[in-house]
Ligand binder design. Structure first.
Ligand code: SF4
Length: 269
């Protein structure tokens, strides 16, 4: 299993800057990230394409950043910005394809050779069909990056759908059926829209921030909650829920189940 196309800029409205630290903030809402990317794009648009000018702009943007990184181990690069005038595509403003040939990625938080060769775990763990489904269902820069980098979430949603359908849920078939694709989008979009996750500032999807600021995987304490495990729980955790009691966990499971059933309902009985 592995993905044979480039997940960072696959086209069709999808683009990702997660490895460049895009989401690495307590407030990683669309509005907050849009503001930061807009500011970075604007500042770099005024910098001549030289290492000196880009280096100075990068230092200034980093010094003036309005929030600290959620996980200090994941670097946040000031060269990330919008690649297009409509602000629909996120990407590296130091890449030679963007600067007109000069490689300015050494001015970012990694060396250009690291940026060039790095592939995130999703390249190895998702199938082509799963990745194409995410690309088609999440054709926007904010949602795509949140979903494509969460292998457990994608797999968990598809597994729940298979149980609901009582058989295989082919990502290719889901992608080709407009009603199914729209319902899959609503399911994946829970990453952005799921209610009741406020006040969980040190949680990012399946991960929590330990005392050293390192990401550590979370699990549910069923004994404390007074419940047993359920098939929806992996997806509930990936959505960033930290249910304080059984009713909250049941509500989060019901939200996931309803969205999975809505996908299943697009198939004839
Ligand atoms: S320089 Fe590297 S880390 Fe920074 S935005 Fe470009 S690709 Fe990402």
């Amino acid at each position: 299993m592995s993905v044979s196309f480039h997940l960072c800029q696959p086209g069709g409205g999808a683009s990702c800057g997660a490895c460049c630290g895009l989401y690495n903030f307590r407030d990683h809402s669309r509005a907050a990230l849009t503001r930061r990317l807009t500011a970075q794009t604007e500042r770099l648009s005024r910098a001549p394409h030289t290492p000196e000018a880009y280096g100075e702009a990068a230092r200034e943007l980093t010094a003036n950043r309005d929030a600290p990184a959620l996980f200090p181990i994941v670097r946040v690069c000031p060269l990330l910005g919008f690649l297009d005038a409509e602000h629909q595509r996120v990407g590296c403003l130091g890449h030679p394809r963007v600067t007109g040939g000069v490689d300015l990625r050494d001015c970012g938080v990694y060396r250009a050779t690291v940026c060039e060769s790095f592939t995130c775990p999703s390249f190895g763990w998702l199938t082509d069909a799963q990745a194409r489904l995410v690309q088609a269902a999440c054709a926007d820069w904010y949602l795509y990056g949140l979903v494509i980098t969460d292998v457990e979430f994608v797999r968990g949603c598809l597994k729940l759908l298979e149980w609901e359908l009582g058989g295989p849920a082919s990502p290719d078939v889901l992608r080709e059926r407009p009603d199914s694709l729209a319902a899959v989008r609503r399911l994946f979009a829970l990453k952005e829209t799921a209610p009741g996750r406020d006040g969980q500032a040190t949680v990012f999807g399946r991960f929590a921030h330990d005392t050293e600021g390192e990401p550590t995987p979370r699990s549910l304490d069923y004994a404390a909650l007074g419940t047993r495990a359920a098939p929806e729980d992996d997806v509930v955790l990936c959505l960033g829920y930290t249910p304080p009691d059984a009713p909250a966990l049941l509500a989060a499971r019901a939200l996931v189940r309803d969205h999975v059933r809505a996908v299943a309902a697009t198939f004839p009985a």
